[in-house]
Design a protein around this ligand. Structure first.
Ligand code: NAD
Length: 495
């Protein structure tokens, strides 16, 4: 029987609308259908979120935090369901969903449930007007439209929904039509945790239709977008028509710089984790290895050793190490960019043999290591969003910094060295929103993340991420005794 995963609008499941087939990337089978939401559905969802704002405002910050902690417990009790949905939909290994994406998302909800540093207002003094008093209020933006990509759908939904709810907003989330399952489940659980109907509506659909209708809806006050840089530009352009606030979390081509004094075993593993986790389909994937010439050969040999040991297979099997590619369009993009790299003279140093080890109808790309990559090549500069690592080498620290900063992106970077002074100096010169030192990919809800340059505008997570979902209101309390206003009024008004 056909399984339809309906939208979640105003506390109810809505199955009305065009059916969009969802294919399992692991084996090509049909998982079921989600809904391609039309303009009417989008408008209903936005109206429901608008109605919810008033109800949310009656739940104070501490109570909202309690509801978030309850939500975390609900999800934890169902984490197997979430992990299965996430892997079924994205093709990421069930080990990754079960031990990373879902538990990390739960921890991130708990962070927002417990954070004490976020305040809804603060007092100020006006130095120009002694004796007066000011209050700065952090007021919710209103109805937020959240638009998310397909690579980490659960985490993405958490990162957008939870801080926005904490700050008193309501949301309409449009997950990618490839991967809406965990976001739909999350919306139901948010309701079960006690948030009012319409606090979070989740509607599926494609970007060119549903995403577009959402941006065009005048009742939306803010768009929180994550996706590719090219789509981000379009979203910003469209949002400018109604002057909506926009935050953009976009693409990357992040460097991992390994110095000659690095712990080789640890850095080899970190670089592998940086690029091959989720088969390279993570915005901050370390897709450029910038490697000291002094250790090049030894380092690549060790990488080869661990690549040989990686187990291909069906990602739904707990033994499998290598994730599928989430959709066939992405697979084509990886092949195209690889083709350009080869044409430009890159050398395939390693390509894992996946043949006969993965389900025939699934979408897979072999973990690949490319050497002889030069900074002028497309493969060095463009986001591949796949399991392909481009290797370039350097001799001096300045050369490494220059190479790391030479793309138009600035999302993340990794630095591998045992010299912490060197690490701090280099990290402070990297144009990126996150720099890991002797680690990679470890995300904390306490730390803002986002991009420099073409990797985005604004921040997600951390206190900064909560404040993104607010606007300030300044209350100025005049003080007649100060006499200052009388002096000011005399500029215009004579007694
Ligand atoms: P995408 O830009 O194609 O789509 C992202 C979302 O935007 C989807 O929901 C899509 O339906 C929607 N969309 C597409 N066109 C639209 C339009 N014209 N109007 C409104 N909405 C539209 O990206 P993707 O292929 O889903 O995801 C991969 C990209 O996401 C990569 O570039 C990756 O780096 C980026 N990403 C960034 C981060 C980050 O935090 N910086 C995290 C994950 C992924």
């Amino acid at each position: 029987m056909e399984k339809i995963f309906g939208n979640f609008i105003d506390g109810k499941i809505d199955q009305e609308g065009e059916k969009i087939e969802m294919i399992s990337p692991s084996d090509g089978s049909v998982i079921g259908y989600c809904i391609g939401s039309d303009r009417n559905t989008v408008d209903n969802a936005v109206n429901s979120s608008l109605d919810a704002l008033n109800k949310i405002s009656k739940i104070n910050l501490k109570e909202r935090q309690k509801l978030l902690l309850k939500l975390a417990d609900i999800i934890e009790s169902k984490s197997e369901i979430y992990s299965n949905y996430e892997s079924l939909n994205t093709g990421k290994t069930i080990r990754q969903s079960s031990f990373m994406d879902i538990p990390l998302g739960i921890e991130h909800i708990r962070y927002f449930g417990k954070v004490n540093d976020y305040k809804e207002s603060r007092e100020i003094e006006h130095p120009e007007y002694p004796g007066t008093r000011g209050i700065i209020q952090y007021v919710p933006m209103g109805v937020v439209a959240a638009i998310a990509p397909w690579n980490v759908p659960f985490l993405m939904a958490v990162w957008k929904i939870i801080p926005a709810l904490l700050a008193g907003n309501s949301l309409v989330l449009k997950p990618s039509h490839y991967t809406p399952l965990t976001a739909l489940e999350l919306a139901r659980d948010i309701e079960d945790a006690g948030f009012p109907d319409g606090s979070v509506n989740v509607i599926a659909g494609k970007g060119s239709t549903t995403g577009n209708y959402l941006i065009e809806n005048k009742k939306i006050n803010m768009i929180s977008f994550t996706g590719s840089t090219s789509t981000g530009k379009k979203v910003m352009e469209k949002a400018s028509k109604n002057l909506k606030k926009v935050t953009l979390e976009l693409g990357g081509k992040s460097p991992n710089i390994v110095f000659d004094d690095a712990d080789i075993e640890r850095s080899v593993k970190g670089v592998l984790f940086g690029i091959y986790l989720n088969s390279g389909q993570l915005c901050e994937s370390g897709s450029r290895l910038i490697l000291s010439n002094k250790i090049r050969n030894k380092f690549l040999e060790r990488m080869k050793h661990y690549l040989d040991n990686m187990v291909p297979g069906n990602p739904m099997d707990f033994n499998t190490d290598i994730s599928a590619i989430t959709n066939s369009e992405q697979l084509d993009k990886i092949k195209d960019l690889m083709g350009s790299g080869i044409n430009d003279g890159a050398n395939v140093y390693y390509s894992k043999d996946l043949k006969n080890n993965v389900p025939g109808k699934g979408f897979y790309y072999p973990p690949t290591l490319l050497t002889n990559v030069r900074p002028d090549m497309k493969i060095f500069n463009e986001e591949i969003f796949g399991p392909v690592l481009s290797v370039t080498t350097f001799d001096t620290d300045n050369e490494a910094i220059e190479m790391a900063n030479s793309t138009e992106y600035g999302l993340a970077a990794g630095i591998w060295t045992n010299d912490m002074n060197r690490a701090y100096k280099i990290a402070s010169n990297i144009q990126a929103g996150t720099v890991w030192i002797n680690d990679y990919h470890l995300l904390s809800a306490a730390a803002p993340r986002g991009g420099f340059k073409m990797s985005g505008i604004g921040r997600e997570l951390g206190l900064e991420g909560i404040y993104e979902f607010t606007q300030t209101r300044h209350l100025f309390y005049g003080n007649p005794e100060s006499g200052l206003s009388d002096a000011a009024y005399q500029l215009l008004i004579k007694e």
